[in-house]
Design a protein around this ligand. Sequence first.
Ligand SMILES: [Zn+2]
Ligand SMILES: [Zn+2]
Length: 211
Amino acid sequence: MPFCAEKVLYNLHSRLAMSILIIYIFPTFCFVFRAERFIFRSIAWNHNMKNKSERPSWDQYFIGLVDEIAKRATCDRGQSGCIIVRDKRILCSGYVGSLPGFPHCDEAGHLMKKIIDDDGTTRQHCLRTIHAEQNAICQAARYGISLEGTTLYCSMEPCRVCTQLIISCGIKKVIAKKKYHAGQESRELLHQAGIELVVLLNETENYDNQS
Ligand SMILES: [Zn+2]
Ligand SMILES: [Zn+2]
């Protein structure tokens, strides 16, 4: 009999242990496992979505490159950069700098010239350098690249001389990051030539003695 009682007790313990395992431990394990998989997938999804939402547009991408190129500029007045693009491919680039082999403004100082307009307005320009747009167009000329139908990205709206070159070499669209304080003439010329001008930020580039 005692043997039987022990056996019954043993069976009871085993069943109790099995019940606890089935009722509590197994579902808990499944829940934790599924929750862990769900959390892991959520993190991966959020990471992917975050990466997608952080991906820049083409305009942001090219203007970001223009900002980087502008860091090579050697005249700190209107330090700017430029790239010319066709079918989302970069053809050439340029930044404000002296002629190849000539001293730079940050070595020899600016070469300032005053220009007096018909209405008596005085403007000052540094003549030591050529502009980012001009350097990009010259780079294309050096390597025999046609700029017909291309888009030009630049730090600020182009000056009159750059605008004339842009029109002459067949560029069809200009995307500037900022406004140029004396950009009215260029805007009119571009409009007259049927070239689209887009200014991304409602800001004007300013520097010392600009007018
Ligand atoms: Zn200079
Ligand atoms: Zn210019």
